[in-house]
Structures are given as structure tokens and as C-alpha cells.
Design a protein around this ligand. Sequence first.
Ligand code: NAP
Length: 245
Amino acid sequence: MNGKTALVTGASRGIGRAVAIRLAAEGARVAINFAGNLEKAREVQSIIEGNGGQAMLVQCNVADFNAVEQMIKTVVGEWQSIDVLVNNAGITRDNLLLRMKPEDFDAVIDTNLKGVFNCTKLASKLMIKQRSGRIINMSSVVALNGNGGQANYAAAKAGIIGFTKSVARELAPRGITVNAIAPGFIDTDMTSAMTDDARQATIERIPLGRVGSPEDIANAVAFLASEQASYITGQIIAIDGGLSM
Ligand code: NAP
């Protein structure tokens, strides 16, 4: 990926962090987006730079269209192109439907789904001009199977699947591929609040018998961003130790 530019949203922690570090190791210059955790974002930047790579920090709320527009301008102003967009930023506001506040529904849809729209719309404009590009969206196994307590999150993640397939069709004639990854249970801050019992019960449902690591997801992102994946578009790839089969 030498000479390519990647923008990874939500790259200060968890899956996004692993993706940013991996794409940089493959030779890409990586723009590290984050919401507010500057210290963690700087850590990712210094790991990449310490390995001889190039990285820049671009703080912005992906749910804010104008802020995303400014972020894309900053990346392009510095590096002239965006070749790979990884829409990874995401939040949870879990609760049973009867207890779920409308603002918690909105917050999850705004960040997890509208954020994907904002970044894809603005980055694809550039990719269309370049007549090439890779867009990789982070969905979830809960989009495929549902999950009690996560109606807002599952709706957003299922929305990403429809969005991915539609945009893949629109952008295919322009040489741009659009795919989604549906991670299962991955060890990050997002899943750390689980009790030990709940965690053990989940592991028992995973055929491969372990939780996934952020690197398990980064491996697939690196592949989808590579030349080797040039004939793959509109696909949803579950990386979940067999959980969703
Ligand atoms: P995480 O550890 O909680 O990290 C979330 C990242 O998203 C952070 O970098 C955070 O930035 C950023 N972020 C949150 N809201 C944002 C916003 N409005 N604008 C920009 N950045 C924002 O989460 P994760 O577990 O790595 O999850 C990454 C993605 O994978 C999410 O889309 C998640 O839904 C999906 N996923 C995760 C799992 C899992 O088991 N972990 C399973 C399926 C899907 P700050 O550090 O600045 O807050």
C-alpha cells in the first residue's frame, strides 16, 4: 500500500487502532480519526511513526456532516488523496426497548449509521475522480441475528449492510469497492463492561472457543484494502469465530 492514503474513523482505540497500525505497516499513510480521546490517538500515531510510517490526527465527530467535510479537506490538503476509507467509529447505548430513551436511539443511529453516510459520501467524491478506492464499513453480527438490549445498535449495523450493498452497486462502475465486516465478540473497551459470567456464556456460544482480537479484524481490512481483493464488492464478511453460522 505504499503511496496510498487511508482514513480510519474511530482509530484511537480498539478495532480502529489495530486497523490503523496494520494499514500503516502495509505502507499506507494513515489519518487517525477520533472523537475526543487525544491521548489514545497520539499513542496510535507514535506507534505508527515509531515503525517508520506516516500518520496524522484528525479529530471530528463523524455524525457531524460539516465536521467530516472539514476532516476530508484536511487529509486531502496534506496528502492529496484518500484511497481507503474505513468506517469504523461506533458507540453503544444498550437498553431494553421499553427503557431505551429516544436520545439513545438517535445517538447510535447518528454515529454508527449517519457517520458512515457522511464519510462515504464525501470521500467517494474524491475516489470517483481518482477512479479507484476502497471503502470498508464496520457492521456487526448483531445486524445479522439481532440482540436483546441492542435494538438501536442492531438497526444501525443492519442499516450499514443495506448501505454497503447499495453504494457498492453505485460505485462499482467507478472502480471503487465497498464491503462490510461483521465482527463477532472482539476484545475492546466496547465489550469490557461485560460481567465475567456473561463473557464466559458468550465464549461458550463461539464455535472457535475464544473471543476475537482487534488484529483478527485488521487482517481482513488489510486484505479488503489490498490489490488482492479487487474483485470483491458488496460483501458482508463475518469475522466471529463461527458465532453467526
Ligand atoms: P471502542 O473500543 O469503543 O472504540 C470506539 C472508537 O470510535 C474510538 O476510537 C472512539 O474515539 C471512536 N468514536 C466514537 N464515537 C465517535 C464519533 N462520533 N466520531 C468519531 N469517532 C468516534 O470500539 P470497538 O470495539 O473498537 O468498535 C469499533 C467498531 O467495531 C464499532 O463500529 C463497533 O460497533 C464495531 N464492532 C465492535 C465489536 C466488538 O465486539 N468490539 C463487535 C462488532 C462490531 P474516542 O477514543 O475519541 O472516544
